[in-house]
Design a protein around this ligand. Structure first.
Ligand SMILES: NC(=O)c1ccc[n+]([C@@H]2O[C@H](COP(=O)([O-])OP(=O)(O)OC[C@H]3O[C@@H](n4cnc5c(N)ncnc54)[C@H](O)[C@@H]3O)[C@@H](O)[C@H]2O)c1
Ligand SMILES: O=C(O)C(=O)C[C@@H](O)[C@H](O)[C@H](O)COP(=O)(O)O
Ligand SMILES: [Zn+2]
Length: 371
């Protein structure tokens, strides 16, 4: 469900994530941090903002100024980067809450990208068995993907997102003006997840992305607002039908079985969106090899990702490492790999894949040469 409403200051789009008693709004607009009292009128007395120093320097002041004067406010800054999605950081946030005597009626606000949101969400899901959680996503990736749908997680040295919970926020507030301060590489990571929605679900959206790639790359306000809104609509529709990934939701994992393997080996040099881009190309080549995806579709996927300066080749990794990492994917059932595979632009399927040599051949076709 999508509606538009005018608050005291600007126009705000609202998409509803329909999950019965756990339904919640996604508000999208500009300068929304200046409108928090209108958008989040029911914040409790105790509020903990989880963020990092990079994001806090830009946006914490505006938010602080909008919170009720009588609120007991805690700010916990985690380190910047994927390494912070860890058990030790999780424990530190818990220590902060416990030492400040935060009660079960407190709220956790995640102010940041996917790292902050995933970690803060897990804290919210588990502190005193669950407290209210609000997402204030500040990266493009978090605005189009990670802040919506309730997947929360931290990493383990053995793999990505291995410890987590499904826990929905009470609301998501997307203030699109935040994106002006985002570095180019992080901006491109968000575009990778946007391209994913076109491939798995909406071929017309993919064509729109092709037609508007230069406006998007230039962060044109109107193009970006549409891409964010359409991405959130698609994610909300999928999550409303399959909250806990029993089937349909797995499509949101296009490219991730490969991507998570790359990330877990190269946290310092590969970002999530980049690894997903390379993983998506591997999935496309696998289907082309099988004669189930037309070469023009593979070329369109590669061209669109490249136009956003995303990688379309995977780094070198031994066959054993690929297998070990991919076996830890959460879609594995009874020891068998299940991959999300595009059948055309606009549709994908979750399939059990037992033909490892075919998977390995696709990986090899899409791997950077050693020269
Ligand atoms: N829960 C989900 O459904 C879901 C979906 C997709 C990705 N993820 C997870 O999200 C993470 C990746 O998220 P990400 O790409 O946002 O990375 P990130 O959270 O590391 O943010 C990227 C960088 O941008 C900085 N930053 C954030 N907002 C900024 C702003 N407005 N201006 C300037 N700098 C800013 C951050 O400090 C960081 O350095 C991964 O851990 C991935 O697994 C989760
Ligand atoms: O919301 C989902 O479902 C997704 O799969 C979205 C992905 O973009 C995201 O990276 C997610 O965290 C991956 O989940 P995982 O279950 O593979 O850890
Ligand atoms: Zn992802």
């Amino acid at each position: 469900m999508h509606s538009t409403q005018a608050t005291s200051q600007t126009t705000v789009s609202c998409i509803q994530v329909g999950l019965a008693e756990r339904s919640y709004p996604i508000y999208i607009g500009r300068q929304l941090y200046q409108q928090l009292p209108d958008l989040l009128p029911n914040l409790p007395r105790q509020i903990c903002i989880v963020t990092n120093a990079t994001v806090a320097a830009h946006y914490l002041g505006a938010i602080r100024a909008q919170l009720p004067a009588e609120a007991q406010l805690l700010v916990h800054e985690i380190a910047d980067g994927e390494h912070a999605k860890s058990l030790s950081t999780y424990g530190e946030v818990m220590d902060t809450l416990i030492h400040a005597n935060f009660n079960r009626d407190c709220a956790i606000l995640a102010l940041g990208g996917g790292v902050v949101g995933d970690l803060a969400g897990l804290v919210a899901a588990t502190y005193q068995r669950g407290v209210d959680f609000y997402q204030l996503p500040t990266t493009l990736l978090a605005q189009v993907d990670s802040s919506v749908g309730g997947k929360t997680a931290i990493n383990h040295p053995g793999g990505k997102n291995l410890i987590g919970a499904f826990y929905q926020p009470k609301a998501v507030v997307i203030s699109t003006d935040c994106l002006s301060t985002l570095e180019a590489r992080d901006f491109a990571c968000g575009l990778a997840e946007i391209v994913k929605y076109g491939i798995i679900y909406d071929g017309d959206f993919f064509t729109w992305l092709e037609d508007n790639h230069s406006q998007l790359a230039a962060r044109d306000e109107q193009a970006l607002a549409y891409a964010i809104r359409r991405s959130c609509e698609i994610k909300a529709e999928i999550v409303a039908q399959d909250e806990r990934e029993q089937g349909l939701r797995a499509l949101l994992n296009l490219g991730h079985t490969f991507g998570h393997a790359i990330e877990a080996e190269y946290y310092d040099s590969w970002r999530h969106g980049e690894a997903v881009a390379a993983g998506t190309v591997i999935a496309a080549h696998f289907m082309q090899q099988a004669g189930e995806l037309h070469s023009t579709d593979v070329e369109r996927i590669e061209r669109l990702l490249s136009s956003f300066e995303l990688p379309t080749l995977a780094p070198q990794l031994s066959e054993t490492l690929w297998q070990q990492r991919m076996q830890r994917d959460k879609k594995v059932q009874a020891g068998r790999l299940r991959l999300v595979l595009p059948t055309r632009i606009g549709a994908a399927e979750l399939r059990t894949v037992t033909d490892w040599p075919a998977v390995w051949a696709a990986i090899c076709r899409v791997t950077e040469s050693s020269q």
